[in-house]
Each structure stands twice: as C-alpha cells, then as structure tokens.
Design a protein around this ligand. Structure first.
Ligand SMILES: [Zn+2]
Ligand SMILES: [Zn+2]
Length: 277
C-alpha cells in the first residue's frame, strides 16, 4: 500500500505511514501501541490504545472515522491519550459526528500534560513530554518497568526474603528501561532538552526537510526539524536506532538514505534509519 513501511529495530517492529503533511500513523505490534492516527486507515483497527501527538489533521484527522469503524465492529472503548489542549476540540468533533451518525462512540479520552506518567499495561509506563510545534503537542516515551532485588539483600536466603516481604519491607528497586520515544511534529529543541528521549532504545523523530530547498529558518517557522539540525546533534543519541520520519513529499526515501550515508557522522550513521515510503 502506498506510503506504508515496516522496519524492525531494537527488538521492535514499526509499521505504518509517516509522510509529512499527508499522513502519520506509526504502530508497534509488540507493545500494542499506535502513535497518531493519520487518516485512520489500513491496520488501525487492531489497536485499542492510541497516543495522539497533536491536532493537525495529518496526525489526528482519522480519529472520528476510526472510532466509528470500531463502534460498528463492536470493539471495546479505545483509550486515547492526547494533549490536554487538544481534548476539548476533539470532543466537539466527536460530538458532531455522533449526532450525524446517530450513535455514540466508545472512547476514553485521556488529556495529558508534559511530565505526566501513566501505565499503559502491567509493565509499560508512558511519559508525556513537551515538544515544540505550532499547536499543543506532546511526545511520548515508553519504558518497561521491572523490579530488581535490592543489592543489600542479594545474599539472603529465600526464606529470609519471604519474611521481609511478609513484614511489609520493600526489598526491590524499580528498574525503568527506556524502550521507545515517538515525537510527533517538533523542532529540534525537543531532542536537545529531553535526555529520556535520547536514551530510548528506539527514538522516532521527525525530520521534515532533507535539503536546501527549505532553509533551517523556514522549517523552524513551521515548527519542524531540518536534517542539518539533526546532523549537528545526532551524536548525542545514546540508543540503538534513531528513526527519522515525516519526510516532506519533496524528498524520496532514497534521497534521505543517501543523506544519512553521506552526511551523518560515521559514529552514528549505522544507527540512523529512514522510515516511510
Ligand atoms: Zn505533521
Ligand atoms: Zn503538525
């Protein structure tokens, strides 16, 4: 299908579409998460949890359609995380479509603010982070949370540990493993200010412009990132895969991959991927 892509990196599969200004929806089957809805098309019905970065139609326009389709198929209420500033507008749009279609959508809207953390499942924790765009916008980081026996108890026999646990003593520490961050649309300031994003095993970051046809200044004016800015700072990324998405239609995937090969520092080049056909 035109525009659809699939990439396996860092133990995760990224599926979907990521074309700047046209449609963005990135799905991660291993985590059962969908980032942005795009136009709500092919493959989207499988996901009960949707994280919406911001209210531009290329990212969120398909939400009413998707919720309508889910309703007709009798699916359970979708959980939709979205910037708090976007929630009232989306509610109005949904109300209007409910009136037009004559039935009620099954959805839980969860308004989020920068710094909010919540559990997506038993082990996965989401963190909302402020991005820099022209409307209220958030990036989402996903960490796997596990518990590890505190080092001071490492040599205790099982029976002694059991007694401590039964006595209500906390014998474990929380371990958070940063798995994935997806930015939505943002200027480069997001990458520069959020250490958690740079530490994620997989960071999906927007790069809208890939050559000099649009200057860094022009791209920043629209709240986006130019590849020159990423090249200048990419070495600060600490994870396994930096995945660049939201390429404008001016640039082919082949052109973007050539830029990665020829212009990114050798130390990071092999960890940089271009996503979106
Ligand atoms: Zn966009
Ligand atoms: Zn946007």
């Amino acid at each position: 299908m035109a525009g659809h892509d699939e990439l396996k990196v860092g133990g995760l599969t990224l599926q979907g579409i990521a074309q700047g200004g046209v449609e963005t929806s990135i799905r991660v089957p291993e985590l059962k998460l969908m980032f942005d809805v795009g136009r709500g098309g092919f493959g989207a019905l499988r996901y009960d949890r949707i994280l919406v970065s911001h209210g531009h139609q290329d990212h969120a326009g398909g939400l009413p359609y998707l919720l309508s389709q889910r309703g007709m198929m009798g699916k359970r209420a979708a959980d939709v995380d979205l910037p708090a500033g976007l929630a009232p507008g989306i509610r109005q749009v949904l109300d209007a479509w409910e009136a037009i279609e004559g039935f009620t959508f099954s959805v839980n809207l969860h308004p989020r603010a920068p710094g909010d953390q919540w559990m997506l499942s038993k082990q996965l924790r989401a963190t909302a982070m402020r991005t820099v765009h022209r409307v209220p916008s958030l990036a989402y980081a996903v960490e796997r949370i596990t518990r590890r026996l505190r080092p001071e108890f490492a040599d205790l026999p099982g029976e002694a540990l059991k007694q401590k646990r039964e006595a209500g003593e906390n014998i474990t520490d929380e371990v958070a493993q940063p798995l994935l961050c997806v930015t939505g649309d943002t200027q480069i300031e997001f990458f520069l200010t959020h250490e958690l994003a740079r530490q994620c095993r997989v960071l999906v970051h927007e790069v809208t412009a890939w050559d000099e046809r649009r200057s860094v200044e022009q791209i920043r004016e629209w709240g986006h990132t130019h590849v020159d800015e990423v090249i200048a700072h990419a070495e600060r990324f600490e994870g396994e895969a930096l995945v660049l998405v939201h390429r404008s239609m001016r640039h082919s995937k082949a052109q973007a991959e050539r830029v990665v090969r020829e212009r990114f520092p050798a130390s990071i080049r092999d960890r940089v991927h271009v996503f979106g056909n």
